[in-house]
Design a protein around this ligand. Sequence first.
Ligand code: RB5
Length: 151
Amino acid sequence: MKVALGFDHAGVKRKALVIGCLKKLGIDYEDYGTYTEESCNYAEYGAKVAEAVAEKRADKGILVCGTGIGMSIVANKVPGIRCAHCTDVFSAKATRQHNDANILAMGERITDEETMKGIIEAFFTTEFEGGRHEARIAKITETENKYLKKI
Ligand code: RB5
């Protein structure tokens, strides 16, 4: 599995932590930036990661900005992306089981380091349950397609 990583100037402080977690899990990654703490636009890096996942250059993604919210908003604009903004381990596990989320978004300013480690481990060790959740995801895709046709 390859994971695309994206950070803004607020989230980049957690890059080493994110990479450390992935290494511990034996998961390969590609870093799409940012690379410094200079102020930047979270939407640029969120879009890069979402496009990498949608175009299958990566299997999943991790986004970290100040809150994780801006990056999750932009990622969810890309067709095929189900980006989950998580602040707790339960949600990280549930969004894999129920939503088959393919991008995890978190916030450096709102989630402490130990919680973030737990969220990453839960997200990448939990499988989609399928079954009754398939139809619900199909409805998400149907909704996405309905509006894509209007573009
Ligand atoms: C940057 O100041 C901040 O707006 C960004 O990191 C993020 O929280 C946006 O949602």
